[in-house]
Design a protein around this ligand. Structure first.
Ligand SMILES: Nc1ncnc2c1ncn2[C@@H]1O[C@H](COP(=O)(O)OP(=O)(O)OP(=O)(O)O)[C@@H](O)[C@H]1O
Ligand SMILES: [Mg+2]
Length: 222
């Protein structure tokens, strides 16, 4: 089953001379459970694409259907709820809250949504990611790789339909990047989660089921 359908997605920033066609007619379907890597040169439209798919930015045209729902038809409030329940974001800057413990960071998206924490599931995720001994720590007591794994656990805590990751290993050395990505892949298949990940690293991209290349806002076959 398709978890994501994108039809003729376009995004134009600015107007006149400064106009940028960041996305120029993207068509794509992604199946549930797929692990997709997105590569492409700087400025090609990767982040724009991911942010629009996750409802953080609005397209100029086209259609995005996530889990059978057209996201453009949602009101602002509905979109906020949709993002919390359906999307897990992982950013290059881990965006952890320094005043909260690792555990509190991980379950924060559930708390914000007034949802009950499935402790068994969240604990299993932290075990798979190898951070279960660090749950009482504060983020600044962890290494970069450990913090990124906390960010991954936080993204998975809500059992999202889609995990969107923008250069999740951009700040990590290559060995740690491979480890973290291997874990993301394991948790993804363990819980049948769909992952779309932007990376500049070809080795990391090779871990995906499918590699998409964006050039000048268009998907190109390599
Ligand atoms: N808010 C914005 N306003 C105007 N132009 C923008 C905006 N965001 C992105 N752009 C432009 O859209 C194009 C695509 O940017 P985007 O951030 O999607 O690239 P990217 O592929 O993620 O690049 P990188 O690999 O450097 O992160 C670029 O030309 C950029 O300058
Ligand atoms: Mg980017």
């Amino acid at each position: 089953m398709n978890i994501l359908e994108i039809k003729n997605l376009r995004k134009i920033y600015g107007a006149g001379e400064t106009q940028v066609r960041a996305l120029d007619g993207i068509n794509l379907t992604v199946e549930r459970g797929e692990f997709v890597a997105i590569v492409g040169s700087s400025g090609s439209g990767k982040t724009t694409f991911l942010n629009i798919v996750g409802g953080l930015d609005v397209p100029t045209g086209g259609e995005i259907i996530v889990d059978q729902k057209k996201i453009q038809e949602l009101s602002d409030d509905e979109l906020t709820v949709f993002r919390r329940r359906k999307i897990g974001f992982i950013f290059q800057q881990y965006n952890l809250i320094q005043m909260l413990s690792v555990w509190e960071n991980i379950i924060l998206p559930l708390k914000l949504d007034g949802r009950k924490v499935d402790e068994k599931y969240v604990l299993e995720v932290t075990q798979l990611l190898g951070i279960d001994k660090k749950l009482k720590c504060l983020p600044n007591q962890l290494s970069g790789g450990q913090q990124q794994r906390v960010a991954i656990a936080r993204a998975l805590a809500t059992k999202p339909a889609l995990v969107l990751a923008d250069e999740p290993t951009g700040n990590l050395d290559s060995r740690t990047s491979q480890d973290v990505l291997g874990l993301l892949k394991i948790t993804g298949s363990r819980f049948n989660q769909t992952i779309i990940m932007i990376t500049h690293n070809e080795e990391i991209a090779q871990l995906a089921d499918r590699i998409l290349r964006i050039e000048d806002g268009q998907l190109v076959t390599r």
